[in-house]
Design a protein. Structure first.
Length: 250
């Protein structure tokens, strides 16, 4: 996309998830993020539940309203009302887990006697929300099964998480996981201090370890490390992460 400087994802996410499900046995399968206003929720629910069933219940679906303006006119859809369509789509997908669901929705009105198969393995498809997705934090607390937040300074991120978790309590819901994606360029010198890059950091392994510990301390449950901007050999970087980072957090 011209305004984002990248192509997003090359492969269709559900085709890719099916391929990954066939190549793995135990790891969780996640996608971040399915842009709900650009797809019909019946198709999203069918594809997601199919991957969940074929993988033995390993799918974690992260969804968003979409912030790439060029995508909307390409599908003859308005960009401005994507927040409302996100909520409608979210509800539709949730209701598809019911047996012969009956409800009214702007995307369609399923009626009793018609059903969608397969159903989620655990009875409910985990739906995590990316960023604000044009919603109030209270709505995310009431509806999301987790929250993916973009990187921010530690103090601000901690405050956002604390406020959201207080709203979870107010809504009578249990604690939900928080995720953070992070682009990294892991350099050879382990003592290299962090320097900002797009949605991430260029740094040495010692400072990455400190960063991840700070995220753990403020309540972030999972950090997804993205090596798109990594200049070192990927295999070497993965080994360094496996040797120096994973043992600290397992």
């Amino acid at each position: 996309m011209p305004s984002f400087g990248d192509a997003g994802q090359t492969f269709d996410p559900f085709v890719y998830l099916g391929f990954l499900a066939s190549q793995t046995q135990r790891i969780a399968l996640g996608v971040a993020s399915i842009i709900l206003p650009l797809r019909h929720p019946a198709h999203v629910a069918k594809a997601a539940d199919s991957v969940d069933g074929l993988s033995g219940g390993r799918l974690i679906l992260v969804v968003a309203s979409g912030d790439r303006p060029e995508e909307y006119p390409a599908l003859n859809l308005a960009f401005g009302d994507r927040g409302e369509r996100f909520r409608e789509s979210f509800e539709y997908i949730q209701r598809m887990g019911e047996v012969t669901p009956v409800f009214e929705n702007s995307y369609g009105n399923p009626h009793g006697g018609m059903d969608m198969l397969p159903k989620p393995v655990s009875g409910k498809l985990p739906l995590l929300i990316t960023g604000g997705s044009q919603q109030e934090t209270s709505w995310i607390a009431q509806n999301g099964d987790g929250w993916m937040l973009f990187p921010r300074n530690t103090a601000l991120q901690a405050q956002i998480i604390a406020d959201w978790r207080s709203q979870l309590t107010a809504a009578g819901r249990p604690n939900q996981p928080v995720m953070e994606p992070l682009y990294i360029d892991l350099v050879e010198d382990p003592d290299t201090p962090p320097l900002p890059i797009h949605l991430g950091l260029r740094l040495g392994v010692k400072h990455l370890k400190s960063y991840l510990k700070s995220r753990q301390a403020i309540g972030i449950n999972h950090v997804a490390l993205n090596l798109r901007f990594n200049k070192a050999d990927i295999a070497t970087t993965l080994k360094k992460l496996a040797d120096d980072i994973l043992p600290v957090f397992t």
